[in-house]
Design a protein around this ligand. Structure first.
Ligand SMILES: Cc1ncc(COP(=O)(O)O)c(C=O)c1O
Length: 438
């Protein structure tokens, strides 16, 4: 083994074929604007915002400056029984852009922590309001809610569950996924067919009885499973059914939050307001790990209405509202607002849509789908070898100066919101060339 390969061995990489990667590493060590750079200076166009997170683009000077200044002023602040004013300011800034009524923010360090926090708040809330029998949680097939035990339990990606035997949290059921490729292939925006998939919730509730269910959690647009759109009217229908049975609706907006769909959150883009909303990623534009769970007033007030000054929620993280994350969050939110990046995402969405759909008819392309600045191109799997075609594309696109995200044989795009038409064209033409060369 060469010295270079040896130096890669200690890092057990997440969600990566370590052995394959370490034989042929794709290393990056600088980033600016829309681009990453390899150690030997090759430019890579970032069409996934890192990992769906760097919405403001890389190395924004205002965000960099804020993090540097905070590191020099106060490194760490405990938020168990003490408080850093900037954390309260950040929460207020976030509440101001949140969907109506979700005015309270619990800080975490990641999407996975946000999801587990949201599930715990939902269960605790049911208990607090005297509905302790509501313990069931309902997720969805092909949902991704991070890697905590709560998240993989409500999540619906088989590989993420099966390696851990039966160690899921009990009392979880799943809605069917919404990817009806036979009926909805090449839809522009939300697909037409499939609203009835939301009615499956009624069947699940009939089976278990609604009075046993605490919450339903879905991604408004499923990201990690390959950008799966909600059919038109589907999310509204879910909301109606949850309301009818007094069940909490949780939107996991870890990807869809902070401008990805051309509005603050998917809740606003789709005009469906959840009771709890999980976020991370774009919260700090990926610069410092941070998550935030937004909670409706009634839920927060239920916890605060008990007499006495005791702890209301037995939950929290050493790094909840870490000063560096808070500084990054505040600066990021200011950048989004001053530069109008959510509006920009809405304006670029039709350009992005046309460019992606121009790949219809290219070899092996079986679907193209998009909403806002989130899109996917799905390829037919190689006979008997699902995922192989996709895996090869990671290397081929990287060699051609393009970073994309692959799930199975689906290519996902979620560029930083500063993306320009020329970047979109470059990405699509690079991919077209690779598809035709196969
Ligand atoms: C919808 C959703 N929820 C949760 C997560 C987990 O976030 P993290 O990797 O920060 O724990 C992700 C990550 O991609 C996600 O897309």
């Amino acid at each position: 083994m060469s010295e270079h390969q040896q130096s890669l061995e200690s890092f057990w990489m997440p969600f990566t074929g370590n052995r394959a990667f370490k034989k042929n590493p794709r290393l990056i060590d600088q980033a600016r604007g829309m681009h990453y750079y390899t150690p030997d200076g090759r430019e890579i166009l970032d069409m996934v915002a890192g990992l769906w997170c760097c919405n403001a683009g890389h190395g924004h000077p205002k965000i960099v400056e804020a993090i540097q200044a905070q590191a020099a002023k106060m490194d760490y602040a405990p938020h168990f029984n003490f408080g850093h004013p900037a954390a309260f300011e950040a929460a207020e800034m976030l509440a101001a852009i949140a969907p109506e009524g979700l005015n309270h923010v619990f800080f975490t360090n990641s999407g996975s922590e946000s999801v587990d926090t949201a599930l715990k708040i939902a269960l605790a809330y049911q208990k607090e309001r005297g509905q302790a029998g509501r313990t069931r949680l309902i997720g969805r097939e092909r949902g991704y809610h991070g890697v905590g035990f709560g998240g993989i339990s409500v999540g619906g990606i088989t590989n993420n569950r099966m390696q851990f035997s039966n160690s899921m949290i009990p009392g979880v059921d799943h809605l069917p996924h919404t990817h009806l490729i036979d009926r909805n292939a090449f839809s522009r925006g939300l697909p037409e067919y499939g609203i009835e998939l939301a009615d499956e919730l009624e069947n699940i509730l009939t089976l278990h009885h609604p009075s046993t269910v605490a919450a339903v959690i879905v991604e408004p647009v499923a990201g990690s499973a390959g950008v799966l759109m909600p059919p038109r009217g589907y999310l509204k229908r879910l909301r109606e059914i949850c309301d009818k049975h007094d069940i909490l609706l949780i939107f996991d907006e870890v990807i869809t939050g902070f401008g990805r769909l051309g509005d603050n959150f998917a809740a606003q883009a789709f005009d469906v307001i959840p009771d709890i909303m999980t976020t991370a990623k774009g919260l700090t534009s990926g610069t410092v790990p941070m998550g935030a769970v937004f909670v409706r007033d009634e839920i927060y007030n239920e916890f605060m209405s008990k007499p006495g000054g005791a702890i209301e929620l037995f939950h929290g993280y050493t790094y909840s509202a870490h000063p560096l994350a808070v500084a990054a969050c505040k600066a990021t939110q200011q950048v989004y607002a001053y530069e109008g990046l959510f509006q920009r995402a809405a304006e670029m969405a039709p350009v992005f849509e046309d460019a992606l759909h121009s790949l219809k008819g290219e070899p092996n392309v079986i679907d193209v789908r998009n909403f806002g600045l989130m899109g996917a191109v799905e390829l037919a799997p190689l006979e008997g070898q699902p995922g192989v075609r996709g895996a090869e594309l990671i290397q081929k696109t990287f060699d051609a100066g393009l970073m994309i995200r692959i799930t199975g044989d689906t290519i996902a795009f979620s560029p930083p919101l500063i993306v320009e038409e020329s970047h979109i064209q470059q990405a699509v033409e690079t991919l077209r060339k690779i598809l035709r060369a196969k």
